[in-house]
Design a protein around this ligand. Structure first.
Ligand SMILES: C[S@@+](CC[C@H](N)C(=O)[O-])C[C@H]1O[C@@H](n2cnc3c(N)ncnc32)[C@H](O)[C@@H]1O
Length: 214
C-alpha cells in the first residue's frame, strides 16, 4: 500500500464489519482482512469497472464469505457496518453520500480531497463527534484525515476551517502545510496589480494562518 493508504488504514478501528465506500482497488479492505482488523468487509463502488479491481484482489475472501462486493452509489446498497471509510473523493461528494445514507455506521473515517471544512460541519450536523482530524503528508501531497464516532460535538470557526487536532497538536506536517500556504499568499500579495482591498484580505488570511501555528 502507499503511505497515504497506510496512514488511512492506521486510524480504522478493529471492528466486526468494515465497509469501504468507493473502494476502487480495494487495498484497504484487503489489508483489513489480511491483518485481521475485522471479520467481514463490504467493498463497494459506484463503478462496476472499479469494483472489479477489488473483486479480483479479494477473490478468495469473497469465496470464503468474508467479503461482499456491491455496486452502490454511496451507502445505497451497502448493508450495515460498524465502521466505514470514504477516501479519495471530493468533500461535496462525501457530504452528498452522508446526507442521503439511511444506515450510517457508528464510526466514520473520511479522507476528503477538498472542501474539508464543509465535511466537518456536516459531520457535526449528522450527530458525529470528531475524535481526530489532522493533515498528513504522503507522496509529496497533503491530505486531511478525519476519524469520528456517533456523539455530540461543537466546533469553533477555527476548528471548522483547520481541524481540531491540527490546532491542538500542531504537527510538523500541519506547520509545513501552513508555512507553504503563507508563502504562496505572500507571493500573491506582492503583485503590484492587486487592489488594496484584496491585499488587505490576503494580509488577514496570512495573519490567521500564522496565528494557528504559534
Ligand atoms: C479516487 S478513487 C479513491 C479510491 C480509494 N478509496 C482510495 O482512497 O484510494 C474514488 C473512487 O470512488 C468511486 N466513487 C465516486 N463516487 C462514488 C459514489 N457516489 N459512491 C460510491 N463510489 C463512488 C469512484 O468510482 C472511484 O473508484
Amino acid at each position: 500500500m502507499t503511505d497515504r493508504l497506510e496512514k488511512i488504514f492506521s486510524v480504522i478501528p478493529n471492528c466486526e464489519t468494515f465497509a469501504d465506500i468507493g473502494c476502487d482497488h480495494g487495498y484497504i479492505s484487503y489489508a483489513m482482512l489480511k491483518r485481521k482488523k475485522c471479520n467481514h468487509v463490504i467493498i463497494s463502488d459506484v463503478s462496476k469497472e472499479c469494483l472489479k479491481k477489488a473483486e479480483t484482489l479479494l477473490g478468495d475472501y469473497i469465496s470464503s464469505g468474508q467479503a461482499t462486493a456491491v455496486v452502490s452509489d454511496g451507502f445505497d446498497n451497502v448493508g450495515a457496518s460498524n465502521a466505514s471509510l470514504i477516501a479519495g473523493m471530493g468533500g461535496k461528494e462525501i457530504i452528498e453520500i452522508l446526507k442521503r445514507a439511511q444506515n450510517l455506521p457508528d464510526v466514520l473515517v473520511l479522507q476528503p480531497m477538498k472542501n474539508t471544512p464543509e465535511v466537518r460541519k456536516t459531520l457535526v450536523e449528522l450527530g458525529y463527534k470528531i475524535v481526530s482530524d489532522y493533515i498528513f503528508k504522503a507522496e509529496q501531497k497533503y491530505y486531511d484525515l478525519i476519524y469520528c464516532e456517533r456523539g455530540k460535538d461543537t466546533l469553533t470557526d477555527l476548528e471548522i476551517e483547520f481541524g481540531r487536532t491540527n490546532l491542538n497538536e500542531k504537527s510538523q506536517d500541519f506547520i509545513d502545510y501552513v508555512n507553504k500556504n503563507v508563502l504562496k499568499l505572500k507571493k500573491y500579495s506582492s503583485n503590484p496589480k492587486m487592489s488594496l482591498e484584496d491585499k488587505d484580505k490576503l494580509k488577514n488570511q496570512i495573519e490567521k494562518l500564522e496565528k494557528c501555528i504559534r
